[in-house]
Design a protein around this ligand. Sequence first.
Ligand code: SF4
Length: 580
Amino acid sequence: MNKDIKNNDSKLNSSPEAEANAPSPFEIIKENSNYLRGTITESLNDSLTGALKADDQVLIKFHGTYQQQNRDIDDERKHQKLEPLYSFLIRIRVPGGVTTPQQWLDMDELSDRYADKTIKLTTRQAFQFHGVFKRNLKKTIQEINKSLLDTLAACGDVNRNVMCSANPFESPVHAEVAEDAKRISAHLTPQTAAYHEIWLDGELLAGGEKEEEPLYGKTYLPRKFKAAIAIPPRNDTDVLSNDLGFIAIVENGQLTGYNLTVGGGMAYTFGNNATYPRVADVVGYFPKEQIVDVSEAVLIFQRDHGNRSERKNARLKYTIDRLGLDFFRSELERIKGLKLAPAKAYTFTTLGDKYGWSQGEDGFWHYGVFVEGGKLVDKNGYLAKTAIREIAKIHQGTFILTGNQNVIIAQVSEALKPQIEAILKKYKVIDADKLSALRRNSIACAALPLCGLAFAEAERYLPSLVDKIDKVLEANGLLETPITIRMTGCANGCGRPFLSEIGLVGKAPGRYNLYLGAGFTGQRLNKLYKEMLSEEQILEVLTPILADYAKTKNAEEHFGDFVIRKQYIKATTAGLNFHD
Ligand code: SF4
């Protein structure tokens, strides 16, 4: 959050009650922004600083970019009496994660030309560039749009990238569901012309011409809004971590409809127990034709009932807990005439991706590539970034970004398969089969050095911690036992740490809170087990528990269930008892 944002003057001289209900400063910025324009263009043109004005830093998120600074060199810059080294993260929206080889080549080239030569694959099936300087921001966004991708609404208080179970080419049902994800994404995208005006030199609206945001209005949503679809048995989108989720119901091989889930979300604030992560409620079933109407109705519910005074309690998860599911259901009916049937049965068996080769119902092949921490970079002899670029040059299918920060090389013909295999081998792309099951089920957020909210490392550190935990697993014969592990640099939860069986959340440099007891398939949150652990302490704490797990686990019992059965930790049965 930006510390420079001033409090709203209208709060002065008001009663305590009025003050408590007064819109937050962010609401005022949105309201006064003229549909997200603010003074972004002016800020971009100011060559005296690498930063944007404070209000524009808020607004620019709606355009898919965040201002950051390189915290690794803050002291050195201060010493040299220079302002921090500001740069921008750019998030590129890819509904359902599907891109063409040409788009991949374009993103790869842009990451080299304007960013830090890496591509971050996010936990929401988006591309992310880091380290783009202000002078290159507009050029980069223009190039992204030329590639028929965009960044509008990749961040901000709007519906974000719509996620979808990873591979639309796996079966006709997967294809149908992917189309639904695209329809939701298109329907919930903001309509403002500001994006075109600012970044693409689009026409300014003529004087008197009125702009409208039919769905969002001038102040958009109270907070970010995330949507995802999962196709059982694979919960690779972590559907219950989303504000709005859909679980595909397939009967006799046909998609009939969806179970609606609402009120998931990961973030909480350390020391503030009025904030908590929450697993979404499964509220009912509806026929597939209604998916766009249902999405719109849920968005309107949150737009009109979400907390606009206190951003820390503004997500849909808090609105649902405050107003209850009965009221939510009655509002769905009032807003769009929608009545939900009882939810239908479904079973998830995994949160993970398929690695290596698998064949779709149409005979084409798909190869799941493990990308550690979602960071595509040529490093330590593993040239994953180069490998995928070389594959993109000959590939005739698509690439799919997954919700686990991996990539699938999809729709490979039998004839092309050996060539792709040869490239993967040549550039030593990690063969996921040779990794421990823990590493295959790991996620890390970006954290330091660029994320301003990070208290500790995540993406740069988790691989070496996994090396050490792997040794404990090996000693206990658990290397092939799938356990989920996720690390983030703060409790904002970008890497969904509260849904992992081993959750590590940065509290201070080199210190992590350890959370245990989540469900293996994303159905139950974990709970704080120990605070402020160093690496040595993490290993000290985990070693006996893992040894006990190896010796006394029941057949097929997952680690998260085991620590609850053996009373290492109490089960978190709802967001509201996460802190108990
Ligand atoms: Fe930054 Fe926190 Fe998100 Fe990690 S979880 S990227 S540290 S905001």
